[in-house]
Design a binder for this molecule. Structure first.
Ligand SMILES: C[S@@+](CC[C@H](N)C(=O)[O-])C[C@H]1O[C@@H](n2cnc3c(N)ncnc32)[C@H](O)[C@@H]1O
Ligand SMILES: [Zn+2]
Length: 266
């Protein structure tokens, strides 16, 4: 029997599972969708009608990740969690997108993926039935305090206070951010002026126990290059003129550069 760690987003009481819904003792009730996910995002927690990544971005990311270019990173994350987690661990992916990294971890007593994008969660729930997927904001986690052993936070916003609240004592965060050279060739092709990724990003308010880099190159053909572009924020920031530069590219060697930090709650 899985430990019940979900709480009602309205009253914060425990949620219990019914056949097709979850409810609390104040009778707030949340349906389980036909794909198997639960929407625990309250209207007043949304800044827009359709928060998080939109459908086009999510589909592009799903297509690109399916091609395997990010498997070295998925393997690295799986290896790290293996060191810190065991078969009783509860693992939360905060900002999980389509669930790619969680699906590559094959231990832990519970795996939970949370994302504010219902498009991402719908795809994830359909594909990975053994993982619990929830639409919610990581800044209002519908999760009991001191209940999570490991949080994955991969290319996603950080919610320091909520992460510290839900993590167990000595629980860990595996954080991945883009390194300086991540996708540098794509940027060189698109823009006249090159800006390297900044890596001096906000820190979690706890102890960083390790930091290392994973860097490799892959040759990417035209169609996959377009999916890669469409899954990044560059898709919104780039002018039509600059975007058209990609039309002429048959294939390109692309650098993937990740910084992986491990934090421990003290
Ligand atoms: C760049 S994507 C990374 C997704 C996934 N971790 C991956 O690497 O495939 C960032 C994700 O954060 C989600 N996101 C943004 N703000 C969020 C919030 N407040 N709560 C939960 N998820 C959020 C987006 O919807 C999107 O899926
Ligand atoms: Zn309630």
């Amino acid at each position: 029997m899985k430990e019940n760690i979900l709480i009602c987003p309205i009253c914060k009481n425990n949620l219990t599972q019914n056949l097709h819904s979850l409810s609390c003792n104040l009778r707030h009730c949340f349906d389980i969708s036909k794909e198997g996910y639960i929407n625990l995002l309250l209207v007043n927690q949304k800044k827009t009608n359709d928060p998080g990544d939109n459908k086009e971005t999510v589909v592009a990311r799903q297509n690109f990740l399916n091609k395997g270019y990010y498997f070295p990173l998925a393997k690295e994350i799986s290896n790290i969690t293996k060191v810190f987690c065991d078969s009783n661990s509860i693992i939360l992916d905060a900002g999980c997108g389509t669930g790619f990294y969680l699906s590559n971890i094959d231990y832990g007593s519970q795996k939970i993926g949370i994302d504010i994008s219902k498009h991402a969660i719908k795809i994830a729930a359909k594909k990975y039935q053994a993982i619990r997927f929830i639409v919610a904001s990581i800044f209002n986690l519908p999760i009991k305090e001191n209940s999570i052993d490991c949080i994955l936070n991969i290319f996603a916003p950080k919610a320091n206070d909520e992460f510290m609240r839900v993590l167990k004592h000595k629980g860990i965060i595996v954080e991945v951010i883009p390194g300086k050279l991540h996708l540098v060739e794509l940027k060189k092709c698109l823009y006249n002026e090159l800006h390297y990724n900044r890596t001096d990003v906000k820190k979690f308010d706890t102890q960083c126990i390790s930091e290392h880099q994973l860097t490799y190159k892959q040759n990417i053909g035209h169609n996959d290059l377009i999916q890669l572009f469409d899954m990044t924020p560059y898709a919104f920031k780039t002018s039509q003129n600059d975007k058209e530069k990609l039309d002429k590219i048959d294939n390109m060697d692309i650098t993937f550069d990740f910084i992986i930090k491990i934090w421990r709650k003290i």
